[in-house]
Design a protein around this ligand. Sequence first.
Ligand code: NDP
Length: 395
Amino acid sequence: MKKTTLIIGAGGVSRVVVHKCVMNADVFGKIVLASRTLSKCDEIKSELPDADIETAALNADNTAEIVALIKRVNADIVINVALPYQDLTIMDACVETKTPYLDTANYEHPDEAKFEYKLQWERDEKFKEAGIMGLLGSGFDPGATNMFCAYAQKHYFDEIHTIDILDCNAGDHGYAFATNFNPEINLREVSAKGRYWENGEWIETEPMEIMQVWDYPEVGPKDSYLLYHEEMESLVKHIKGLKRIRFFMTFGQSYLKHMEVLQNVGMLGIKEIEHKGMKIVPIEFLKTLLPDPASLGPRTKGKTNIGIVAEGLKDGVKKKIYIYQVKDHEDCYAETNSQGVSYTTGVPAMIGAKLMLQGVWSGQGVFNMEQLDPDPFMKEMNEQGLPWQIKELDA
Ligand code: NDP
């Protein structure tokens, strides 16, 4: 019987997910695209006139509304590509309706710039009772990066001792300052303190305190700054023998200068302030001023390169490998009307959902990516527009 796939959110990542699900329509069946602003759903639908897509307005902060929609359309899976703020309401609706769930980013509360899996992991029992699978973080990072680690663990190591996740976006959109995905989420992430994990402990750093230059294949050497990133929280639990894990992301000097100034003048604030008798949240106002990430697609040139370097032991011998994926922004736009950051997030979301719908990945409870077999996912990446490379480095 033809399946029904409910996609929640109609931003940059959603556009790619919808395009890619339509390209795999034999698995995804009918698409229901629901988001806060109906016109954004209709705009995505208009790009795919021959596809079976229904659109709907939905406030995903309201569990009852989500439950009603899931029941009305009889969804076989929910792909959550709204914002991290909606993760819990959507997960609860999936439990109530016994519908499998997938997202790309872990829960964050709008009033606290802190993200962690705690509240999502706490729902594991409820997912088990409902007999459904919840897949967390099926984007690129988290997502593909977790798969790279699981693939390295399965095929290359007996024990992995260190992992560096290396995220480079060398795309140029021509603006002095813009963010490649939701500005609020992006700026909250990069203005927070850095953190990495070593010998069982989290070590905190000042924002942008630690920098290394990494020579990214097909891109070149780039300043890469240590940040806290959510996939580390689950990887430290699931990778055998791990002693250290760090995450680095590239930033240009212009981006960092803008960030510093915005931070200094209070524009990254997440608490309400009074302005001419009105209450506003500075970072939300800033989002209104900045270019919509979805509009960067036609302007962005250059490549992304995201990967992991893992070091450890195989048969008692030291070993070091680099698994990475390079994607050209203009190719992404030509295929899906979206820039590379949305593309590299949306394709893994589609792949995760595809493997769940096909029953290739199955289980009851809440899972992080690396708990599942990486092989089918890595194969799909090669076939769905994200071919990856693997290199042995000197250990
Ligand atoms: P956008 O801001 O472009 O899109 C978010 C969409 O969610 C918008 O359409 C928005 O509606 C909708 N939305 C927000 N609140 C609600 C609500 N209460 N009810 C219904 N819909 C709502 O974000 P992106 O597409 O850039 O990012 C989507 C997700 O992907 C985010 O969670 C982000 O953190 C994650 N991400 C993950 C990455 C990874 O590699 N794992 C990388 C990049 C992003 P409206 O249009 O009305 O504003």
